[in-house]
Ligand binder design. Structure first.
Ligand SMILES: Cc1cc2nc3c(=O)[nH]c(=O)nc-3n(C[C@H](O)[C@H](O)[C@H](O)COP(=O)(O)OP(=O)(O)OC[C@H]3O[C@@H](n4cnc5c(N)ncnc54)[C@H](O)[C@@H]3O)c2cc1C
Length: 458
C-alpha cells in the first residue's frame, strides 16, 4: 500500500518533490522539541490544488497527513506520531499585494515571518507578531499556533492580524473564509477557529494579514534587579502605572549566564534578573513613558537602568533576548521548555513557584519570557538519559502546570498543546468543552486524518 501511495504522491507533486529515502527523510522526523517520529513520505507541496488532491486521497485511504512549516514548533505539532505524509509548506512562500490604505498583505503559508515584516517595512508598515523564531518560522505555523512574540503586550498576537484565509479541508475542499474589512460579523468566525488549531482542522495555504504603520520613535531599556521577585513586581507595576510598553521581557540569572556564556556581550552575571523593555510611539510620548518606567523600576529596587543609545546597542539587546532558548539549550543535553501563562497580576507568584519547584527537585530551571503578557518559559536544563532525573523533571512539569492553573492561568500561552501537553489538557478544559472540541474536530475531519495524535488524544 505504502509503495502505491508514494507513486500516487509522485504523480501529483512530481518525483523531485516527494522524499522517501531514510537518509533524506531523517531531518523531517524532528521539530524543536527534539522528539523523533518519522513520516512515511514527505511532500514539498506547491499549491492548494496539490494539497487538495493529496487530502482527498488520504481521506479515502485513511492515511495521516501532517502539515509542516519550519519545524520551530515547541510542542511536537508537526511530528508524524502515526507515520503518514508530512506536507512541507516551504515552497509556498510568496508575499504579495501590500495595501497601504487598508493596511493588508497577502502571504502564502510557507512565507517566513520576517520576510512578511520586511516586505511591509518597505512600505513604511510592519507586521507586529514577532516570535523569537521569526527568522525561520512560517506564517502557516504562526497561524496554526497563534504565535505570540516580543511585541505582544502592546500589539497582540497572530490572531489579531489574521483577516482571511484560504484553507484546504481534510476532505479536500478548498475554501476561502474571513473578510478583509476592519469589521465583519457575517456568520461564525472560522478564521479565529483555525487560528491556534495546531494544524488539526485544516491546512492554511494563504492568508491576508493586517499591518500597522511603523512607530516614529522607540526607546530600548535594559534594567537589572537583585532578585527575580523585584523584577516580576516591576513588570506588574509598569502596566499598573498605565504604561503599555511594546515589549516587556523577563530574563532570570540562569538564563543571563547562559546567554553570556554563548554571546559574551558583557551582561552582569551576578544580577538576579533583568527586564528588556521597549516603548514606542511619538518622540515626546516615548520619552515621557521611559521616565515613568524608570521611576517604577527604581521603586522596585532596580540595580541599573540603561537606555540604548544607538541602533547597534538596541539590536544587541534584542539579539541577546532572542538567543535565550538557544543559549540555555547548550547547557545540558536535554532542554524542556514550558509555556506557563498567568494573569499579569499573578506573575510574581508564578516566578516564586517556579523557583521553589526548582529547589524542591534540585533542578536547574532558567526562566525567561514575555512577562508583560504573563507568559513565562521556565526551561528545565537536564539530561533525560538519566532515569532518576527524568522522573524528577516529569514531577516538576506537572507541578508547574498545576500551579499555573491554580493562579488562574493557562497551560500554553503560545506554543500550543500539540503532543507534549495533550495529556494535561483536561487539567484546564472542562469535560463539556473537551467534548465540544472533539465534535468540532469530527465535523472538519471525520476520518481523523489531519495531524492525528495531537491536542485531543482521549
Ligand atoms: C528559538 C525559538 C523561539 C521561539 N519563540 C517563540 C515566540 O516568541 N512566540 C511563539 O509563539 N512561539 C515561539 N517559538 C515556537 C515556534 O516558533 C512557533 O510555534 C511557530 O509559530 C512555529 O512555526 P513553524 O513554521 O516552525 O511551524 P511548525 O513547527 O512546522 O508547525 C507547528 C504547527 O503548525 C502546524 N502547521 C504548520 N504549517 C501549517 C499550515 N500551513 N497549515 C496548518 N497547520 C500548519 C503543524 O502541523 C504544527 O502543528 C519559538 C521557537 C524557537 C525554536
Amino acid at each position: 500500500m505504502k509503495q502505491s501511495y508514494i507513486k500516487y504522491l509522485e504523480e501529483i507533486a512530481g518525483q523531485d518533490f516527494v522524499i522517501t529515502d531514510m537518509e533524506d527523510k531523517i531531518c523531517y522526523g524532528y521539530d524543536s522539541t527534539r522528539l523523533e517520529f518519522m513520516p512515511d513520505a514527505i511532500v514539498k507541496v506547491k499549491n492548494a490544488e496539490q494539497i487538495s488532491s493529496i487530502l482527498k486521497f488520504a481521506n479515502e485511504n485513511k492515511i495521516p497527513v501532517i502539515p509542516r512549516g519550519a519545524a520551530t514548533g515547541l510542542s511536537g505539532g508537526c511530528l508524524a506520531v502515526n507515520g503518514g505524509i508530512s506536507l512541507v509548506m516551504l515552497e509556498m512562500n510568496s508575499i504579495s499585494e501590500i495595501n497601504t490604505v487598508d493596511l493588508l498583505v497577502q502571504a502564502q503559508a510557507g512565507a517566513v515571518t520576517i520576510d512578511v515584516d520586511r516586505a511591509a517595512n518597505n512600505c513604511g508598515l510592519f507586521y507586529p507578531p514577532d516570535p523569537g523564531s521569526l527568522k525561520t518560522s512560517t506564517i502557516g505555523g504562526n497561524i496554526a499556533e497563534n504565535a505570540g512574540g516580543l511585541r505582544g503586550l502592546k500589539y497582540g498576537v497572530t490572531k489579531n492580524y489574521v483577516k482571511s484565509l484560504e484553507l484546504v479541508l481534510p476532505t479536500g475542499e478548498i475554501i476561502n473564509t474571513g473578510a478583509v474589512t476592519v469589521k465583519s460579523v457575517s456568520g461564525y468566525n472560522i478564521v479565529d477557529l483555525i487560528t491556534g488549531s495546531e494544524g488539526t482542522l485544516a491546512i492554511v495555504t494563504r492568508a491576508t494579514l493586517g499591518l500597522l504603520p511603523i512607530p516614529k520613535a522607540k526607546a530600548s531599556i535594559l534594567t537589572t534587579f537583585p532578585d527575580t521577585a523585584s523584577a516580576a513586581s516591576a513588570v506588574r507595576d509598569i502596566v499598573a502605572a498605565g504604561i503599555i510598553t511594546a515589549t516587556l521581557e523577563f530574563v532570570d540569572n540562569v538564563t543571563i549566564n547562559a546567554i553570556e556564556d554563548y554571546l559574551k556581550i558583557g551582561l552582569d552575571r551576578n544580577t538576579g534578573a533583568m527586564l528588556l523593555i521597549e516603548v514606542d510611539g511619538y518622540e515626546g510620548a516615548v520619552q515621557e513613558e521611559a521616565e515613568i518606567v524608570k521611576e517604577v523600576c527604581a521603586r522596585n529596587r532596580c540595580s541599573s537602568f540603561r537606555l540604548a543609545t544607538s541602533d547597534e546597542e538596541r539590536d544587541r539587546l534584542w539579539s541577546a533576548r532572542r538567543a535565550a532558548l538557544s543559549s540555555l539549550a547548550r547547557v545540558r543535553p536535554s532542554t524542556i521548555l514550558e509555556d506557563a501563562t498567568v494573569p499579569r497580576s499573578r506573575i510574581v507568584e508564578l516566578v516564586e513557584a517556579v523557583n521553589a519547584i526548582a529547589q524542591k527537585y534540585s533542578l536547574s530551571i532558567g526562566t525567561f519570557g514575555h512577562a508583560g503578557d504573563g507568559n513565562l518559559h521556565p526551561t528545565i536544563l537536564t539530561d533525560l538519559r538519566d532515569k532518576d532525573e527524568e522522573i524528577k523533571v516529569e514531577k516538576a512539569i506537572e507541578e508547574i502546570f498545576i500551579k499555573t492553573i491554580e493562579l488562574g492561568g493557562t497551560l500554553s500561552g503560545e506554543h500550543g498543546i500539540g503532543l507534549t501537553k495533550a495529556k494535561f489538557l483536561k487539567l484546564e478544559v472542562s469535560e463539556d468543552a473537551y467534548r465540544l472540541m472533539k465534535n468540532i474536530k469530527k465535523t472538519f475531519d471525520p476520518n481523523n486524518i489531519l495531524n492525528p495524535g495531537k491536542l485531543l488524544i482521549n
